[in-house]
Each structure stands twice: as C-alpha cells, then as structure tokens.
Design a protein around this ligand. Structure first.
Ligand SMILES: NC(=O)c1ccc[n+]([C@@H]2O[C@H](COP(=O)([O-])OP(=O)(O)OC[C@H]3O[C@@H](n4cnc5c(N)ncnc54)[C@H](O)[C@@H]3O)[C@@H](O)[C@H]2O)c1
Length: 317
C-alpha cells in the first residue's frame, strides 16, 4: 500500500451534492487539500468561504475554489457532481441528455489540468455518464468510475441493521447494477456476521426475515431517493459521506471492496456498459472483482440492468 502524500481532491459542482462532498471530506480529513469548482462564481466563492470558516475544527485539510477550472490543477482525485438534478418524480435517466453534454465538454478541460487524477462521477445518471466520460477521455477503465451503488448499499445496510438488531458494520450485503431503477441486492451473498440473511434470528425476538420482506426492503432502498427528493428537493448528506469514503479508499490506497461502477469488460459476459459490482478501490482506481458469484436470477437482473443502460448510452452517441 502506498498512501498519497499531500493529497488533493477537487469537487466539481458546488451545489447541494458537491458542497456536501467537500464538507464531508473536510470533516473526515479525506484529503490534505480540497478544491471546489463550479461555473457559478458567486455561489462557489460563498461555499468556499463558509467551509473555510470552519477550518479551525476540521484538522489539517484546507479548502480553495472558484469558477476557474485551474483550481483543479494537480488533483489526485476529482469528484464530479456538476449538472442538472432530479426534480420530484423524475428518474435519473431523464437527466441523461443535458448532463451528457456538460460532461463531454468538461472532461477534456479537466484532464488538461488534472491529467493524473482518478475521476469519480456522481452526476446522474452516473453509470451512463461514466461510459461517455471514459470514451471522451480515453482514460483506462480503472481511473474513471461512478460512485454507483455505494450509497444504495449504505441505505440497504442501514435498513437491515435496524431490523436485525446489529451494527451496520456487521451487515454484509451489496446493491449492484444500475444506480437507479433496475438496481438489485445480491441476496445470495447477504449475511449478518457469517449467518445467511434468511437464517438470522433478530436479537429482539422479532421474526426472521422472509423473502417477501427482503423484496420489499429492496424496493424501499431503490425508491428512497425519490422520497428524500420529494421532501427536501435533493439528496446530499449521504452521497457526500459515501463519496468522501470512496476518495479515502483511493488516496489511502486501501484496496477497499466497494460497489462502484466502472465500464465492464467481460464481467459475467457484460461489456461496454458501466454497472456497479464489488470492486477493489485503491490508488490505481477501481477493479471489478470478477469472481463475485451471482445466482441465476441475479444474473438475469444484472443483464436486464446492462441492456437498459446500453440503450440509454446508445441514444446519446
Ligand atoms: N450518484 C449519486 O448517488 C447521486 C446522489 C445525489 C445526487 N446525484 C446527482 O448529483 C448531481 C448534482 O446534484 P445537486 O443536488 O448538487 O444539484 P445542484 O443543482 O444543487 O448543483 C449542481 C451544480 O452544478 C453546477 N454546474 C452546472 N453546469 C456546470 C458546468 N458545466 N461546470 C461546472 N459546474 C456546473 C451548477 O452551477 C450547480 O451549482 C445531479 O445530477 C444529481 O442527480 C447523484
């Protein structure tokens, strides 16, 4: 392992999500230097000032930023959150056209100033945009990936932990596939400690999980962003934290297993689309774990996710 010294993170987009990524990264000390870049100059300068005013309480990280893309120069990691967001009731896929245009024009300029960075796409639909951004830059698949279902997996583990009566760290379960409507849990590998999820006896005397209940939990997790957006107009805190966690895995060369979304190349027969699968995240980026076993029904769901996203990406070329 080789930790990146004097590390620099740039967050592109200073909206609800980008400013929360920067806030989480500062509090967690994810990077030594944090930069925020957005075309909205006044808003960005205000966010940077507000974040800097808390520097006394955040350890050794510092924050700069503005509307000049050169603030990203020399970054080790760039997290991209710029673009349109979902309106209440809107799907992530419906954002594809406008956000694809933003990304295609922005990526070459970012690469000019931060040629050695690892790029993490958060802007939605993040899987489709990862394919387009990889094509626009020619970066190796490892070095450009989406935050994918890291957030959805956190939502799933939170729900399972509450019901099972254990800490979130003791829940081993993953959401894979699209970060969106075709995502699904890998129930065949879900355990509490070492106990398969359907065998777990909750500590508070509640009944065991049933297949129907697990199906409902999967639906609730899939739809949870809609509920938050309906209530407050955006999701920002949990994506801020999960993005900061991904950044740490890269900068600290952790080799942490996370369900991020890279362009796949023969993963269970799927190529040319980006989908989340358990991947090793380190200084060199993200590498899908090819030996991750799927049950036959999970394979069917995975291929359905791939087909859906392939069609969207094709429509944007
Ligand atoms: N992947 C995930 O898990 C996840 C979770 C939450 C939100 N999101 C996505 O993140 C994105 C941002 O959401 P938000 O709530 O922060 O939106 P927002 O509207 O609050 O902020 C978007 C920001 O992007 C900036 N921007 C637009 N075009 C730009 C450009 N060309 N260059 C630089 N900056 C530009 C805008 O000025 C604005 O400040 C959306 O696409 C949303 O769907 C993804």
């Amino acid at each position: 392992m080789s930790v990146i010294e004097n590390s620099k993170l740039t967050v592109v987009g200073a909206g609800a999500v980008g400013s929360s990524v920067a806030y989480a990264a500062l509090i967690r000390g994810s990077a030594r230097h944090v930069a925020l870049y957005d075309i909205a100059a006044e808003k960005t300068e205000a966010e940077v000032l507000d974040l800097a005013h808390g520097a006394q309480f955040t350890g050794s990280s510092d924050i700069v930023g503005g509307a000049d893309i050169s603030v990203a120069a020399g970054s080790h990691v760039v997290v991209i959150t710029a673009g349109a967001k979902q309106k209440p009731g809107q799907t992530r896929i419906e954002l594809a056209g406008v956000n694809a245009g933003i990304l295609k024009s922005m990526m070459p300029r970012l690469l000019d100033v931060a040629p050695d960075a690892t790029y993490v796409i958060v802007t939605n639909p993040c899987d489709v945009l990862t394919v387009l951004a990889q094509e626009a830059t020619g970066l190796p698949y490892e070095r450009i990936f989406a935050s994918g279902t890291v957030l959805d997996t956190s939502r799933l583990r939170w729900k399972l932990a509450q019901r099972a009566g254990v800490s979130i760290a003791s829940v081993h379960a993953y959401i894979v596939g699209e970060h969106g409507d075709t995502e699904f849990p890998l129930w065949s590998h879900a355990t509490i400690g070492t106990v398969p999820i359907l065998d777990w006896e909750p500590l508070d005397g509640q009944p065991k999980f049933s297949v129907d209940e697990l199906d409902q939990i999967a639906v609730d997790v899939r739809d949870s962003a809609y509920k938050v957006i309906q209530g407050k107009g955006a999701t920002n805190y949990a994506i801020g934290l999960s993005s900061a966690r991904i950044v740490e895995a890269v900068l600290n060369d952790e080799h942490a297993v996370m369900p991020v979304s890279t362009v796949l190349d023969g993963f269970h027969g799927v190529s040319g689309v980006a989908l989340s699968v358990p991947s090793v995240v380190s200084r060199t980026g993200a590498a899908p774990i090819r030996t991750t076993a799927f049950s036959p029904s999970e394979l069917g769901l995975f291929r359905r996710s791939a087909d859906a996203l392939r069609d969207v990406a094709a429509s944007l070329h």
